[in-house]
Design a protein around this ligand. Sequence first.
Ligand code: ATP
Ligand code: MG
Length: 413
Amino acid sequence: MLQSKLFGKTTKDAPKDEVSINAVFLSRGGFIDKLSAGVYSYLPLGLRTLKKIQQIVREEMNAIDGQEILMPALHPKEVWEQTGRWHDPGSEVMFQFKGRSEKEYGLGWTHEEVVTPLAKRFISSYRDLPLALYQIQDKFRNEPRAKSGLMRGIEFSMKDLYSFHADQSDLDVYYEKALNAYRRVYERCGLDAIVTEASGGSFSKYSHEFQVLTPNGEDIIYYCQSCKYAQNKEIAELQGGDTCPKCKKGTIGEGKAIEVGNIFQLKTKYSEPFKLEFAAEDGSVKQVLMGCYGIGPSRVMGSIVEVHHDDRGIVWPKSVAPFAVHLLRLGENETVTKRAQEVYEKLMKAGVEVLYDDRADISAGQKFADADLIGLPIRAVISEKAGKDVEVKKRSEAKATLVSVSEFIALVS
Ligand code: ATP
Ligand code: MG
C-alpha cells in the first residue's frame, strides 16, 4: 500500500476529549475515527488490525468445531420477553425503540434470545448434539462510561459462541476446550491473559474471565504471582498478600485489569424458557445444556495498544499489525526513488504486507515519527545514506542495521 494514497492521516494531537492511551494512539495514527463517545469508524489501517484479530478468533473457534453464522442485530421484543430480560436485567444496557405499527425492537447486546430458538429449530435428537455456533458481529450496549476508546464501546465488535450439549460431562469437556482455545487467541494476539474466576450468575459457581493487567483496566483482580491462579475482586475469597491456595507457594498480588473475554456455563438457563429439548438415546425427553463464550475483538485491539506502546506510539505484535513492514523512502532523488520502488515491488512479490511511505515533501524526521506512531514491526529505510543497502530496525528495538536488499527480503518473507 502506498502511504501517499492511504485514507487517514497521522496527526500530532489526539481529539481533546480522548484520554485513554489506545484512543489517543489509534486516533493519532489514523486507525480509527470517533463519531461519538464509544462509537468509532475503522479506517483502512484500523480495519486491517481488527480483521486480523477477528481472523485469529475465527480460526480458534473453527478448531473447536464452532460453525460460523450471522444473526440479526435487530431483535423483536417478543424473544426478550420470553426470558424476562426485556425489562430486567438487560433493559438498562439495551437500546429499545419502536418501528412501524408500534412494534418494539431492541439492538442485540448478547444473543441467547436469538440463538436458543434458532438452535431449537434444528435440534431434536441426541444425534444433533453437541453443537457449537458462533458469530462475529457488532453488539450495542448503552454503556454509562464510554471513555476508554476501543476498550468500552457503545457499538463494538464481539465474537459470541454458544454450545449445546446432551449432558453435564459433555458441557464440561467442551468448556475446557473453549478455555484453551481462548488462551491460544490471546497468546496469538500478544496478550498475556490471566484466566480469572468470576461470578457465574445463578447457574454456576464460577465463570471464567480472561483478564489483561494494565494500569487503565476497570476491573481489579487478585492473582498468584507464581502460578497465575486468579479471582475477580467482585467475588474474591482471596486477598492481596495471601499465600496462593492453589500452588501453596506464590503470593497473591492485586492489579488493575481489563476483561478481554468471558466464558460461562449457562446450563439450562435459556433452554428452559425456550423449551430447547431433545430425545435422548433411551427415548426420554431432556433439556439441552448450554455454554456461552464471548470475546470482544475491538476491546482486544484497544488492550493490545494499552500493553504494547511507548511514548512515541504503538508497538504492534506481528500477528495483528496492519502491515508487517514500513518501507520509508528518504529523499526524492532518482536513484533513491528507483531503489525504493524496486524493494517495494520485491516485497509485494514475496507476499510481504508492506506500507510504503512514498510521500513527497515530508521530512525524514516526520516519516520516522509517523513510523513510530503507526508501530509496524519492521521499519526499512531506503536513502542516499544507506546506499544500495536497506537500513532495518525493529519497532521494539533501538538499533538499526544495514543489510543487502536480498538479505532484507529473505528476513521478512
Ligand atoms: P464489562 O464487565 O467490561 O462491562 P461484560 O462482562 O459486560 O464486560 P460480557 O457480556 O462478558 O462483557 O461480553 C463478552 C466480551 O465482550 C467481554 O469479555 C469483552 O471482551 C467484550 N465487551 C463487553 N462489553 C464491551 C464494550 N462495551 N466494549 C468493547 N468490548 C466489550
Ligand atoms: Mg463479562
